[in-house]
Write a protein that binds this ligand. Structure first.
Ligand code: HEC
Ligand code: HEC
Length: 274
């Protein structure tokens, strides 16, 4: 039996991806080519030769605590061994970063499986979250571990231009978020912490593309995270009408508005081709 939410996701992701590709071509902006979503594929290359991000496995001594929490809160949909059921997908082999992202951002546990899982206050404290991560990871290897981002060594200005190229088309340059298509929206980036941003980039939750190490290096991801954290407390540089835009020039906003128009066209094309 095909799991229906995933089927819906497959249907949704296509127009978004095609519109991004189109926006990249028409806008002449180097939007990253998104790597295939096979989580385990590039796992070994996540940590190579980088001090920008350290990937940490959740502590193994929390497995039994995690098992108890998982059985009570997750197993009814994902199965006792995280193997999946008709009510929720298989979680084995996704890696700690994926589990950690969905639980720490409050997306899981889910109340209504028919709507996009949203960011909400997490039901669990940090140790309980790590315990859940640890239990699921104990079932199968694979996927990136939990990213610890070295922000002091990252570059805000490089982060800004990388964010403009890779993220702003969906999340807007201010990180305020935007509606995409078919009732999918790219959420505001205001409530997230550095680990959650890196987890989203590396794992590509739901309709967001995944940016693997072949697309963005750890140093580049750290730069992007620094920019997102800057957006939380931008020095107000006077851009009243544009909100807290900070260092971004108005001409650049013009490009983004144009890009948005191109994206809408892309959605239309994507919608027509089905
Ligand atoms: C009511 C059923 C339900 C419960 C309870 C639930 N989940 Fe889920 N979970 C889902 C569904 C449905 C999806 C797919 C949602 C989507 O893709 O937007 C999902 C997706 C996920 C994903 C993302 C999988 C992927 O392929 O990226 C993770 C990780 C996850 N759940 C972990 C958990 C954990 C951990 C718990 C317990 C704290 C939990 N879930 C509780 C139904 C549930
Ligand atoms: C194709 C559109 C798209 C692009 C490009 C994109 N995202 Fe996303 N992003 C999304 C969507 C859709 C979600 C919501 C996923 C879900 O339903 O869980 C999301 C979720 C997120 C979240 C989680 C926010 C929360 O509410 O917890 C973060 C953080 C994030 N994205 C950061 C980024 C960064 C950084 C980039 C660039 C490297 C990026 N995104 C590129 C569409 C996009």
């Amino acid at each position: 039996m095909k799991f229906s939410i995933n089927a819906a996701r497959d249907r949704l992701s296509k127009p978004i991806f095609s519109s991004i590709a189109l926006a990249g071509i028409v806008g002449g902006i180097g939007v990253a080519t998104f790597s295939s979503p096979s989580a385990a594929a590039a796992q070994s290359s996540y940590s190579t030769g980088s001090t920008s991000i350290t990937y940490k496995a959740p502590p193994t001594n929390l497995v039994s605590e995690g098992k108890a929490i998982f059985e009570e809160n997750c197993a009814s949909c994902h199965g006792g061994l995280a193997q999946g059921s008709a009510r929720g997908p298989n979680l084995q082999g996704l890696g700690a970063a994926t589990i950690d992202f969905w639980v720490s951002t409050g997306r899981m546990p889910l109340a209504d499986p028919t709507i996009q899982a949203i960011q909400k206050p997490s039901r669990f404290n940090r140790q309980q979250t790590l315990a859940i991560d640890s239990y699921v990871v104990s079932k199968a290897p694979g996927g990136p571990a939990i990213p610890d981002v070295n922000l002091p060594s990252a570059s805000l200005s490089r982060g800004e231009s990388l964010f403009a190229t890779n993220c702003a088309a969906c999340h807007t340059i201010t990180g305020a978020g935007d509606a995409l298509a078919n009732n999918v929206y790219a959420p505001s980036l205001m409530p997230v912490d550095p680990t959650q941003v890196a987890e989203a980039v590396r794992t590509g939750p739901a309709n967001m593309p995944r940016f693997g190490p072949g697309t963005l290096t750890n140093a580049q991801v750290a730069d992007i995270v620094k920019y997102v954290m800057y957006l939380h407390h931008p020095n107000n540089a006077g851009g009243i009408a544009l909100g807290h835009v900070g260092p971004v020039t108005e001409g650049f906003i013009g490009i983004l508005v144009g890009l948005g128009a191109v994206m809408l066209f892309g959605f239309w094309i994507g919608g027509r081709s089905h």
